[in-house]
Design a protein around this ligand. Sequence first.
Ligand code: CTP
Ligand code: MG
Length: 241
Amino acid sequence: MTAQLNARGDVAVLVPAAGAGLRLGPGGPKALRLLAGEPLLVHAIRRIAAAGSVRAIVVAAPAGEVEAVQELLAPVAPVTVVAGGAERQESVSLALAAVPAGVGIVLVHDAARALTPPQLIESVAAAVRAGHPAVIPVLPVVDTIKEVGPGAAGPADSGPPLEVVLGTVDRAVLRSVQTPQGFRYDVLAAAHAAAADPLTDDAGLVEKAGVPVTCVPGSELAMKITRPLDLILAEALLHVS
Ligand code: CTP
Ligand code: MG
């Protein structure tokens, strides 16, 4: 059944889905790869459409797949599909240009985080609505993190030099960052208009513009499907999401 969006909602969700999925291995664009028989993008859109304040969804699809993605998503939810770009940031900019007038809050959400619960989408949107111009979901870092640099070259026949540790970063002040990342529309539009170098997240652009970025608790279910092992984990998580 096709989901309805909330015509009175104040949120547009941009879904960058134009990546190649190289780290997942051969098998086509990641957003169209199957998880329990359905493309990751379908899993993602269904959960976005279930978030009560979403009024519009704009998907940035792989350039050659715009029509196929329109057909794929038509039975799932009303979405606008645009062609994405060569970098994630470009895909987000292209999707941003298709946001309908009058939307106050824009969320940017990776198709690759296909199991993100609607509640997380709502909690990010609520924090923006409460007055925070930029909001990201975060989790504590579980591994110990080391800063490394190139080591001294070994004997000529021993392969490339191994890295050496330069220092240990205090894990207590680190967070791993997920999506959806939420912004006041004008804040994200200005950050993208001013962007120079491509970054892997939108909050990074906004930080560069000097805007405070606020953290809300993330969700294990919002894990990013990046490598083959993640698909196996996602399949297991489907039973609890
Ligand atoms: N993305 C995009 N346009 C790009 C690159 C990435 O819309 N030019 C999207 C991906 O489709 C994904 C999200 O950005 O939903 C996060 O990117 P990532 O996990 O790196 O996905 P891919 O770029 O597809 O994977 P890889 O880097 O392994 O090729
Ligand atoms: Mg990528």
